[in-house]
Design a protein around this ligand. Structure first.
Ligand SMILES: Nc1ncnc2c1ncn2[C@@H]1O[C@H](COP(=O)(O)OP(=O)(O)O)[C@@H](O)[C@H]1O
Ligand SMILES: [Mg+2]
Length: 338
């Protein structure tokens, strides 16, 4: 465990997700293991297509039926990947919930906010009376900064920021232990987003839930999260506390990612780093370390052996041959004389 004070909420072990497509299997998550602690905000970042949403959907068991999934997702001692449909219905919403990017697509346009929330409660808790559900909802939305009269509105009558807060109340209404926010603030403008993030942080401290924040925006994670997991081509490249990873990134991919984020200092004219190459096609991922074709520090071993995500310090793990040994690591490449 990385931090002795925190209890583990979710243990993800050796998770593989392969989508079936006409062009063959897409290895969207490959041998991923990590923990989510109770009450933490964990940021999952990486370029588009690296498997972030697939990770989130695997935790919720929301993947297409034909998808190959292997490994374990242990939540409260039980493996979510073995749950029946009945167990899943109870699990989703009550133990884990998801906040999506666009509230307008998740809220019913012809249903008032209060009815939507009451329905969510009653589907999971059929014995709860409507009046009890309503008073719970009023308390919750007020804590989220929505005036309680506004819950009688329809979604289109609310501003973008307000709708996002309604989404959060939907996520919180059943008191789950984990909320997955997948690009949840991408549709907000930066001012609303910053305000929203501050509020989110306060709310989470108050409710004590854990959140997995999925985003391509590493700056957002820096501001919001306790820990960061950097994903590349279906694997975790680096994982650790925000302070250790941002102060001392170890994986060449993390280093590149951090150097490609503009700083807000106006007095420094900086040259942003542009990472060479493109993320790989996950129908044919590169052998060995999947980052090796783009890596500025590539070694011969990287193209034929896969490294593991290992601790380098108590607060930081990295998945890279620069930090681990292998009998073949120091062997030079054999040059064939012609
Ligand atoms: N339903 C699907 N069927 C086939 N391939 C998919 C499906 N969903 C995602 N993928 C592929 O899986 C990989 C990871 O996608 P995704 O998890 O959406 O990445 P991210 O959220 O990081 O952008 C991509 O190569 C994507 O094209
Ligand atoms: Mg995504």
């Amino acid at each position: 465990m990385m931090d002795n004070e925190k209890e583990v909420l979710v243990e993800i072990r050796d998770l593989d997700v392969r989508y079936k497509t006409r062009l063959g299997p897409v290895s969207a998550v490959d041998d991923v293991s990590f923990d989510i602690f109770q009450g933490e905000i964990l940021g999952l970042v990486g370029e588009s297509g690296c498997g972030k949403s697939t990770m989130g959907k695997a935790l919720m068991r929301l993947l297409p039926p034909a998808t190959d999934i292997h490994g374990k997702v242990i939540f409260d001692g039980a493996d979510v990947l073995t749950f029946s449909e009945d167990q899943l219905r109870d699990f989703r919403g009550r133990r884990i919930s998801m906040i999506f990017q666009d509230p307008m697509t998740s809220l019913n346009p012809v249903q008032r906010i209060d009815n939507h929330l009451v329905e969510t409660i009653q589907v999971h808790e059929p014995d709860t009376k409507e009046t009890d559900a309503l008073s719970r909802i009023r308390g919750l939305v007020e804590r989220l900064g929505i005036q309680k009269e506004r819950i009688e509105d329809f979604p289109h009558q609310l501003s973008g920021g307000m709708r996002q807060r309604v989404m959060i109340s939907l996520g919180l209404v059943l008191n789950p232990s984990l909320i997955i926010a997948d690009e949840a603030t991408t549709s907000l403008d930066v001012i609303v987003e910053a305000k929203f993030l501050d509020e989110l942080r306060e709310i989470l401290d108050e409710f004590g839930v854990s959140i997995l924040v999925i985003t391509h925006n590493i700056a957002l994670v820096a501001e919001l999260a306790d820990r960061i997991a950097v994903m590349y081509a279906g694997r975790i490249a680096e994982l650790g506390s925000i302070y250790s990873v941002f102060d001392n990134p170890l994986h060449p991919y993390t280093k590149g990612l951090l150097q490609s984020v503009p700083s807000i200092k106006l007095d420094e004219r900086e040259v942003l780093y542009k990472m060479p190459g493109e993320p790989p096609n996950l129908t044919h991922p590169p052998p060995g370390c999947r980052f090796h074709p783009r890596c500025p520090e590539v070694m011969p071993i990287c193209s034929n052996h896969t490294p593991s995500l290992l601790h380098v310090t108590s607060k930081q793990m990295v998945n890279c041959w620069l930090y681990q040994d292998h009998p073949e690591k120091d062997q030079p490449t054999i040059e064939v004389a012609t």
